[in-house]
Design a protein around this ligand. Structure first.
Ligand code: SF4
Length: 489
């Protein structure tokens, strides 16, 4: 799909990528239907609350160093930023840099909702610029400013003449998409259309889209072997680094759901190759990813040498741990990028995935291809039951009760807590680099062993906790239950 950087707004994932939030079936079915274009999502007759896309969009933008994010909405909406603000400061401190980014809500009230608050927004942008001197200003809409039709584009356009840093609109009306990952695309669109400059020279840099750059030192060291320098995005990135993204040798990301809009936009607009492979988790993922970087940057010899050296160190150790993991059964609940990548790694480690829940599912990525992991699983005959569920925890509990797995893995802590209360050992795959490359795959395998060896905590807790779920719910067949809702695909 062509990316239109002249319009400050972008379509939702549902509209652009055919993404869905309801489905029950299997890897082979969803992938085949995605390839031939017949996939339709299900609605729900009951739904727990979910997340707002502005959380994803504005936490990405607010992580950039020394910028201002102005959230034009009621204070309730701006609360989505409280954790982002804290995380930004912590991540900056960990890296040893100072991040002076600020996050401001315009506190829309009843009057503003009736009469509009464009003038107020205009004045707030000028005051924020005067007071904080940010390197760039992002102005975000919300449901409230969206519903009253506040023209933030015109305000931004007017203010640009009065402010000497980029001022960029980010359209974050939460009601427009059920998929919070649409917010990642909104932030990428804002950065590529408002910050990135046309290339002047080619650099040996790799644009590396991630969340919190926890493995930054070791990845910098690894890329030195190939005469390449990663630039981590967006947490702690400077506006100057973002301006030069068009000059990079390639773009890659820790997760296709997070980075595919940025990668495709930079490729389409500036010809920067986007690394479209399965991600770096596990042995097959790491090697496939590295080899593709070698191919597009013409460094295959150096990469093969590195792979051979690292294999000699880590593969025997991984094989040793695998002996103890064989036969374990797992259920997963994560965003679609990770849930299928981690399932692939569990298969590599000899663990059977009995069910995987993805918090949404992208039928296609921006270049119109099915996500690489899905193709990989289909091609390698790795098949298991799955459902698509926008973090509907009651559905997770139904699945866990049905399969009683040895392990539940999730990237969302609220989800793992409920599994533990049900007596299932759970592993919180919080750090995006937890399974990165050979070294972290080995550590991940050992962490699984530690999680399942002693199950007394989960068993004792389950005996003492009364959960709100009834036998009626546990007896429901998830497939039939979801089909009762209306199709929304
Ligand atoms: S923008 Fe909409 S969905 Fe998001 S927090 Fe505000 S009211 Fe809720």
């Amino acid at each position: 799909m062509a990316i239109n950087l002249d319009n400050s707004n972008i379509g939702t994932r549902e509209n652009r990528l055919g993404s869905i939030t309801g489905y029950v079936g299997s890897v082979s079915d969803i992938t085949t239907q995605s390839e031939c274009g017949t996939l339709r999502g299900c609605g729900r007759c009951f739904s727990q609350s979910s997340s707002c896309l502005s959380g994803c969009a504005l936490s990405q933008l607010g992580g950039i160093r020394d910028v201002a994010v102005i959230h034009h909405g009621p204070s309730g909406c701006s609360c989505t930023a409280t954790t982002q603000y804290q995380t930004t400061k912590q991540v900056a401190k960990k890296r040893g840099v100072v991040n002076n980014s600020v996050y401001i809500g315009t506190d829309m009230d009843e009057n503003d909702t009736i009469f509009g608050a464009a003038d107020k927004l205009h004045d707030i942008i000028l005051e924020v610029n005067r007071r904080y001197k940010p390197k760039a200003i992002f102005v975000s809409s919300s449901c409230t400013s969206g519903i009253i039709g506040e023209d933030i584009d015109s305000v931004v356009e007017e203010v640009r003449a009065e402010v000497d840093v980029p001022v960029i609109a980010a359209h974050c009306e939460g009601f427009k998409s059920r998929i919070w990952a649409t917010g990642f695309d909104i932030s990428d669109h804002a950065v590529v259309s408002g910050i990135v400059k046309p290339p002047k020279e080619k650099r040996n840099t790799i644009n590396f889209k991630n969340f919190y750059e926890s493995a930054r030192p070791e990845i910098i060291e690894m890329f030195k072997n190939f005469d390449l320098e990663p630039v981590f995005l967006y947490a702690n990135a400077t506006v100057e680094e973002l301006e030069h993204m068009s000059e990079a040798a390639a773009t890659t990301c820790i997760c296709g759901v997070l980075g595919n809009y940025l990668g495709n936009a930079l490729e389409e607009k500036y010809g920067v190759p986007y690394i479209r492979t399965i991600n770096q988790s596990g042995i097959a993922g790491f090697e496939t990813w590295l080899r593709e970087i070698g191919r597009v940057t013409d460094r295959s010899d150096k990469i093969e040498k590195y792979i051979a050296e690292q294999r000699a160190i880590y593969i025997p150790q991984i094989e040793e741990v695998k002996k103890e993991l064989k036969g374990l059964r797992a259920v997963l609940g994560m965003g679609p990028g990770y849930t299928f990548e981690v399932s692939r790694v569990l298969n590599e480690l000899g663990i059977e995935v009995v069910w995987a829940l993805a918090w949404h599912y992208d039928k296609k990525y921006e270049n119109n291809d099915v996500p690489p992991t899905m193709e990989y699983l289909l091609k390698n005959n790795i098949d298991f039951e799955i459902s698509v569920s926008d973090q509907q925890n009651y559905e997770v509990m139904n699945i866990l009760n049905r399969f009683k797995p040895d392990l539940y893995l999730s990237r969302h802590p609220g989800s793992t807590v409920w599994a533990i209360k049900q007596g299932v050992p759970a592993l919180y795959v919080a750090d995006e680099y937890m399974i990165f490359g050979y070294k972290h795959t080995l550590e991940f395998a050992k962490t699984i062993l530690n999680t399942i060896r002693n199950r007394s905590f989960e068993q004792n807790l389950a005996k003492r906790v009364k959960l709100p779920y009834t036998d009626w719910w546990y007896d429901q067949d998830l497939g039939e239950f979801l089909q009762e809702g209306k199709a929304n695909g």
